[in-house]
Design a protein around this ligand. Structure first.
Ligand code: ADP
Ligand code: ADP
Length: 232
């Protein structure tokens, strides 16, 4: 897993004529292999925090170091390369509806040089999320829970050291959400990844090793729930 270190990170957005704070002086250290739930009400900065860590957004001030990389200093091109080493899971899956489950999982492997068979690897990941039998299905024909499993397989296929999940169970009924969450937690521990997961559901946060609470863009609480397995 990749350690994460944010120091005095601030990010404002312009809305109309005013500057709205999304992150305010956030300082946060995450050890390799931790699973961190980021909780807080809607608009408290959870998505922005994930975007800043994953090089999808740049802070106004402050430093962001992920696995030794100064993320906020990356050029557009370097940021794109950095993002290939990060797994992303979104609330609404963001799959390519015109492709099969297997082809969706293969997508992140296409732009990178690999020494293994891409389709074989994608099959392995679909098996790991329990969808091996549905590899040929068009993702539009799958249930929400199945689509999120495909998205998890896609997020993991390039073996990222960091997994970022933004409300991964937010669009699922509670039973399906629990299953998807169990799967995420199991895979995160098995692969020893660092995970940062945004959620507004307390039950989801309770599955993580640590809970960081945001309010109006600031960290207002930070609690360890259990000690994650040392991964290296
Ligand atoms: P959360 O994920 O906790 O709901 P966000 O990070 O999405 O919070 O948003 C934090 C604040 O920043 C909110 O006030 C939101 O409206 C604002 N915000 C987020 N993204 C943008 C954007 N691209 N443009 C303008 N305002 C934004
Ligand atoms: P979700 O709930 O699926 O995470 P959000 O509504 O929080 O979706 O945000 C979707 C996208 O819109 C994000 O990229 C976020 O940065 C952006 N965003 C959030 N709030 C605003 C806003 N007030 N103005 C413009 N963009 C925003």
């Amino acid at each position: 897993g990749a350690p994460i270190s944010l120091h005095n990170v601030t990010r404002h957005y312009r809305q109309g004529g005013t500057e709205v704070p999304a992150l305010v002086d956030v300082t946060l250290d995450v050890r390799a292999g931790e699973s961190v739930a980021v909780v807080g009400p809607s608009g408290s900065g959870k998505s922005t925090l994930l975007h800043v860590i994953g090089a999808m957004d740049r802070p106004d001030t402050g430093t962001v170091v992920v696995g030794g990389t100064r993320v906020e200093q990356l050029s557009r091109r370097a940021a794109a390369a950095f993002r290939r080493g990060v797994g992303f899971v979104f609330q609404h899956y963001h799959l390519l509806p015109q492709l099969s489950a297997l082809d969706n999982v293969v997508v992140p492997l296409m732009p990178i040089h690999v020494t293994f068979d891409r389709h074989e690897r994608a099959h392995e990941l679909l098996d790991a999320v329990g969808l091996g039998a549905k590899h040929a299905a068009w993702v539009g024909d799958l249930s929400g829970g199945e689509q999120q499993r495909v998205a998890i397989a896609r997020a993991l296929v390039a073996r990222p050291r960091l997994l970022l999940a933004d409300e991964p169970t937010g669009a699922l009924d509670s039973r399906t959400g629990d299953e998807v969450l169990d799967l995420l937690a199991q895979i995160q521990a098995d692969y020893g990844m660092t995970m940062v997961l945004a959620t507004h559901e307390a039950a989801v946060a309770a599955q993580c090793s640590r809970v960081v609470s945001l309010r109006d863009g600031a960290v207002v609480a930070d609690h360890a729930l259990w000690d994650p397995q040392p991964e290296e």
